[in-house]
Design a protein around this ligand. Structure first.
Ligand code: NAP
Length: 300
């Protein structure tokens, strides 16, 4: 275990809450802050029941003051800017030499802006979006893709090991976020293919459990297939990563692709399909709800 540090975690949602819990269990002196304060109080109470005392702060700046490291996991670019930047933001309250790590999925542009502001304040900064979903956050087995200077990554790795199965330093500031966009581009097409395959198999009258057994050991296998096939076939979509978040992420990928002059035709199409799922009321359902817009076939 790494030497105990003073760490503040800002943003205790589906992902941030369990990640903060792992930091407390790893022996760090943890301070919690969440916009809706009841969530921070509930998390602190649950950790106290486990025997880990954590402090709850009233504001992001108060939480950040005097810490060795400040970590965030909020919603989108605007949310992150509100919590971190400006005179009342977390960065301005931090002690020079301290570490800032952001786990939110945001644009590479704001990650670079934050890195610039951190450098101006004498802070270390890492953009560190995660993959692995709610289950990965709860089990402490997230994959983390990092952007930043080498000294910041060296400081961040022992902290993040409390909830990571894999940590990769991809490149300079923003490279973690650009890698997360790559990740989301990969997932979008796979989920649409799985949706089509399930509807096709169902219409043909196949036993979908047997089909899964047959195809999941071969070249068609994917994380989405192994973890979502059965629930998609059953019409269950309550597994963490929300369609609303996916639209945010695909928007980031599509904007970045446009700036790079890269065509992402399938990603653009799937983004429009997710807009349909939102219009069907599925914004807070998980991304496998993509199958909802495909009607079941009549069969023969
Ligand atoms: P969530 O459960 O909706 O939690 C969002 C958190 O951000 C809450 O603590 C919320 O506070 C806080 N927040 C939002 N806007 C804020 C603002 N303007 N000021 C202060 N706090 C604000 O979301 P999540 O699923 O944990 O996702 C968090 C981030 O991780 C997103 O960027 C998402 O794309 C990414 N991510 C999620 C998953 C997943 O499976 N869920 C996987 C990988 C990456 P309140 O409690 O006050 O609303």
């Amino acid at each position: 275990m790494t030497a105990p540090l003073k760490i503040a975690f800002l943003g205790l949602g589906v992902m941030g809450g369990p990640m903060a819990g792992h930091l407390a269990r790893a022996g760090h002196a943890v301070t919690l802050w969440n916009r809706t304060s009841a969530k921070a109080a509930a998390r602190a109470e649950a950790l106290a029941q486990e025997g880990f005392a954590v402090r709850v702060a009233a504001t992001a700046a108060e939480a950040a003051e005097g810490q060795d490291a400040v970590l965030t996991c909020v919603g989108n670019d605007d949310d992150l800017a509100q919590v971190v930047l400006g005179p009342a933001g977390a960065l301005a309250a931090m002690t020079p030499g301290a570490l800032f790590v952001d786990h939110t999925t945001v644009s590479a542009e704001i990650a670079r802006r934050i890195a610039g502001e951190a450098a101006r304040l004498g802070l270390l900064a890492v953009d560190a979006p995660v993959s692995g979903g709610q289950a990965g956050a709860e089990s402490g087995k997230l994959s983390i893709m990092c952007g930043g200077e080498a000294d910041a990554i060296v400081a961040a790795v022992p902290v993040m090991q409390a909830y990571a199965a894999r940590i990769v330093h991809v490149g300079g500031a923003g490279a973690g976020q650009t890698t997360k966009a790559v990740n989301q581009i990969c997932i979008a097409g796979v989920l649409q293919s799985l949706s089509e395959a399930i509807r096709f198999g169902q219409a043909a009258g196949l036993d979908m459990e047997r089909v899964l057994e047959a195809v999941s050991g071969g070249a068609a296998q994917s994380w989405q297939m192994v973890n979502r096939w059965q629930t998609m076939a059953a019409g269950e979509f309550d597994f963490g990563f929300a369609v609303d978040w996916m639209r945010k992420d695909l928007g980031i990928a599509l904007a970045e692709a446009k700036a790079l002059g890269v065509d992402l035709p399938v990603t653009g199409l799937i983004d429009s399909y997710y807009a349909e799922v939102q219009a069907m009321g599925g914004g807070r359902q998980d991304t496998s709800a993509l199958i909802r817009r495909l009607p079941e076939g009549a069969g023969k």
